[in-house]
Design a protein around this ligand. Structure first.
Ligand code: PGA
Length: 251
């Protein structure tokens, strides 16, 4: 049984003051949530205060990125041990915004995954095709290539410590969600890839979540797809009421 995971990616939103307000609201509402694993990923500046508030609640803390070295002369970067120190247990790696705007590559994603796992953080590794690739009919190949390169040389036990987020680039922040069929078929490709590479036990246990314009209105039909184990939520995670409705998609 794979535990459903709903993660909120706040991106570059929320000053400390508003981050505290948002997470306090989530904590009040979600204090007794047991069925679904819940993660919030605030910007770096808000990690520490949000981490203190979520202590003792079912809400877990995640970061939106990290650097693969533990410390050193890397101006502007944040390491895995630093994230652990402020209470993170998850970290998003290779989000398409980072790949597109900040030149993140499969190679850097791979290094970051190793660093995260060595420090005991669970990576949420993002992959997904652009609209152009989808229209060319090469979505499956794009996903397989990203998986091969981003997870190259990772052991079975490392793969089991990862969550994979399928996030079609054309669905992120656009209000244009993948249909359950489109998402389901991409998730099936990812699970098949894991099975071919790592065997049935790993592929059965691997959590694959969907991201891209998830809302309280569409989460239920997405979560009804057998291979979809959760959601990575951007815009709709910035409002406590809508994020809580997404977490409680099955009620
Ligand atoms: P969105 O973002 O829900 O606003 O589309 C999802 C994401 O980027 O993870």
């Amino acid at each position: 049984m794979r535990t459903p995971l709903i993660a909120g990616n706040w991106k570059m939103h929320k000053t400390v003051r508003f981050a505290i307000e948002l997470v306090a609201g989530l904590k009040r509402e979600l204090y007794d949530e047991k069925e679904t694993e819940i993660v919030v990923c605030p910007p770096f500046t808000a990690l520490s205060p949000v981490g203190e508030i979520v202590q003792g609640s079912p809400i877990k803390l995640g970061a939106q990125d990290l650097y693969w070295e533990s410390e050193g002369a890397y101006t502007g970067e944040i390491s895995a041990p630093m994230l652990k120190e402020v209470g993170c247990s998850f970290v998003i790696i290779g989000h398409s915004e980072r790949r597109r705007l900040f030149k993140e590559t499969n190679e850097t994603v791979n290094r970051k995954i190793t660093a995260a796992i060595s420090s005991g953080l669970t990576p949420i590794m993002c992959i997904g095709e652009t609209l152009e690739k989808r229209e060319q009919g090469v979505t499956d190949e794009v996903l397989r290539k990203q998986l091969d390169a981003s997870l190259e040389r990772q052991s079975d036990s490392n793969i089991l410590k990862c969550v994979i987020a399928y996030e079609p680039v054309w669905a992120i922040g656009t209000g244009r969600t993948a249909t359950p069929e489109q998402a389901g078929s991409a998730h099936a490709v990812i699970r098949l890839w894991a099975r071919e590479r790592y065997g049935k036990a790993v592929s059965d246990a691997l959590r694959i979540i969907y991201g891209g314009s998830v809302t309280p209105q569409n989460v239920k039909e997405l979560m009804a797809v057998a291979d979809i184990d959760g959601a990575l939520v951007g815009g709709a995670s910035l409002d406590a009421a809508s994020f809580c409705r997404i977490v409680r998609y099955n009620r």
